[in-house]
Design a protein around this ligand. Sequence first.
Ligand code: 2PG
Ligand code: MN
Ligand code: MN
Length: 550
Amino acid sequence: MIELKKNVAFTGPQGPVVLVIMDGMGIGKNPASDFVKQANTPNLDWLHENALYTKLRAHGVAVGLPDDGDMGNSEVGHNAIGCGRIFEQGAALIGKAIASGAMYADGSVWHELITHVHDQASTLHFIGLLSDGNVHSNINHLESMLRKAKEQGVKRARIHALIDGRDVPPTSAFEYVERFETFLDALNADGTVDYCVASGGGRMNITMDRYDANWDMVKRGWATHVKAEGRTFASMQEAVTTFRAEMPGILDQDLPAFVIERDGVAVGPIVDGDSVILFNFRGDRALEITKAFEADELKEFDRGGKPDVMYAGMMQYDGDLGVPARYLVTPPAIDRTMSEYLSNAGVKQLAISETQKYGHMTYFFNGNNSGKFATETWQEIPSDVCPFEDAPRMKADEITAAVVKAIEGGEYQFIRLNFPNGDMVGHTGRVDAVKLAVEAVDEGVGKIMAALKQTNGIMVCSADHGNADDMCELDKKTGALVLDEQGNYKPKTAHSLNPVPGIVYDPSGLANARLADVPNAGIANLAATCITLLGFEPPEDYAASLVAVG
Ligand SMILES: O=C(O)[C@@H](CO)OP(=O)(O)O
Ligand SMILES: [Mn+2]
Ligand SMILES: [Mn+2]
């Protein structure tokens, strides 16, 4: 059994240690684009001046992504925070499996899927996010697989393309649509194959729901991709153009569903005998559509008959549940998480957030496993199903109230929570709402501080990556706002490459916590920090604690 040693110099605070993750609230480079900075945040400002405060890296190789051009995201961020080490993540592992050819080797799942298509004289389908955001998917992976399929004699492929605008600029669809249609034209040019887009829609409208927040999205995705039911167009280009003309200002992520037809017939319903690859590698938004393909019985919606297909995910999405049954690349083996260590040490732990980020604090935090350790309690506050720019406080007040109650109750020694506001509202690109979102988080932090002061507990406050800190496009060289022809800034909906705060607030001072000298500190250092503040010595191979105590 993995164990923690007690620290003799400091055996833990009287009250709990509370880890606050302010999702998507980093430290911006330009105040004009930084709506964390622009918001009224008396509590965070006070902490900046008076608490232990440092900057932490939360993107690129610091969280296991292929390179420092990759923005952080919730999956890799919470993985790093929860397991205290940096694992090479999905995006990097798939890139390597493709480059080495291991993904396509004889005996691989890929090989099985292709053999199935040959044996059944059927169609190979791909469903996934069409962008190079590298958060949920990468269009390069899709293109590599299509080239390989042609090489291996697959005659018919159909792509069900989800439009992004959330990990890439908000209305950048054509960049990917044009690139992809040109790519397909080249593959089809010699007449030996028939590969085309069959359906699609905005990623926040169909298919990619998470944490059971809104199964209607999956229901719409199923109707679109599998049943080929819905509004029809001759091409993806035509669909996007039409929707934009009909709904001025619509963001790519919200585009309605579309089905592609030729001569009055849908080109690619998914039918018995087909092979289906979900080419998204990240699990949260892949688990529900995977369930729709794999489960014998589904209570969430009526599938109207499930085709008998061979289904695979790009990765295994849930290590505990073993979902999906087939996957192309093995995920990082994230083990010995902080939750497991603390559970073995008998530390009672509470994880809490609202639905939209609930799995971040549980499943992602525990290394993409949905199982709970013995001393853990998980609490979900149901999220509203609404545009979050219209309700930027989201459930911050309810989360705060539950955390304060838990602090005062004295049952838990470690409480971890996620405030989704900065990120979820940040993704809408609506800067006024973002300010209100950040202010709601600041108020929550203030109330948690007050409760910790009463109980002699300690707060560690940070973020998983930036978003609200970078709401406008900035010039890559000068850092100045990029303006359009009318002199308006260009809104950004994606995460940022910015660092995030690492704050330790110890109102009683009993831990005698002081910042340690940790070069290149990142969010992976937060696990050892919490363990240290709880009165234990962190595991030797964990990224070092940001503080020394005792
Ligand atoms: O909404 C999501 O799926 C991602 C962005 O693609 O955001 P986060 O990583 O913060 O969950
Ligand atoms: Mn996040
Ligand atoms: Mn996000």
